[in-house]
Write a protein that binds this ligand. Structure first.
Ligand SMILES: Nc1ncnc2c1ncn2[C@@H]1O[C@H](COP(=O)(O)OP(=O)(O)OP(=O)(O)O)[C@@H](O)[C@H]1O
Ligand SMILES: [Mg+2]
Length: 156
């Protein structure tokens, strides 16, 4: 487990970029935290590291946005508005999760908890109302993700 703090949006984006630079493809990252925590900010940084040129926008209404990156593809999911677990089951999430040519980043993954793979990185973002400080905790599950978090710690 690694705990870091950021004090402005740009710092959270940069942290995402550092995290993204450590990815090799086939990783699944769940971003957890309340509305406005900074999940999409972090996701934008990850996408930048994968060399995604298109602007990354929140997939709240589309559930999944796919981007081609020069380094790796980027699959951005947001299940805030998911109607039912059955709706998610129909999306064929495994196709994304186990695709080595891309990285999957999921916001509001708590709404599809039963569909999570065995190994993943969960990133928890906490904040107090009104402030710009964010406490960001990295919870790796599995040795591959522990390596990623170790790499991030060494980059700091
Ligand atoms: N340290 C910080 N890190 C990230 N965002 C910050 C920080 N301080 C302030 N902010 C602001 O908080 C907001 C975070 O928005 P963002 O869309 O990334 O949140 P989110 O967690 O994706 O929310 P949602 O659940 O609605 O998708 C932005 O308006 C950003 O400018
Ligand atoms: Mg968001």
């Amino acid at each position: 487990m690694l705990v870091l703090t950021t004090t402005e949006p740009e710092e959270t984006r940069q942290l995402g970029e550092k995290l993204g630079s450590l990815l090799k493809g086939g990783e699944v990252i769940f971003l957890s935290g309340p509305l406005g925590a900074g999940k999409t900010q972090l996701a934008k940084g990850i996408a930048a590291a994968l060399k995604v040129e298109k602007e990354v926008t929140s997939p709240t209404f589309t559930l999944i946005n796919q981007y081609r990156g020069e380094k790796l593809n980027f699959y951005h999911m947001d299940f805030y508005r998911l109607q039912s677990p059955a709706e998610a089951a129909e999306l064929g999430l495994e196709e994304y999760f186990y695709d080595d040519t891309g990285v999957t980043v999921v916001e509001w993954g708590e709404n599809i908890r039963e569909l999570w793979p065995e190994e993943y990185l969960m990133v928890e973002i906490e904040y107090k109302d009104g402030g710009e400080e964010r406490t960001i905790t990295f919870h790796p599950r599995g040795s591959r993700y522990r390596q990623v978090v170790k790499g991030l710690q060494e980059k700091k």
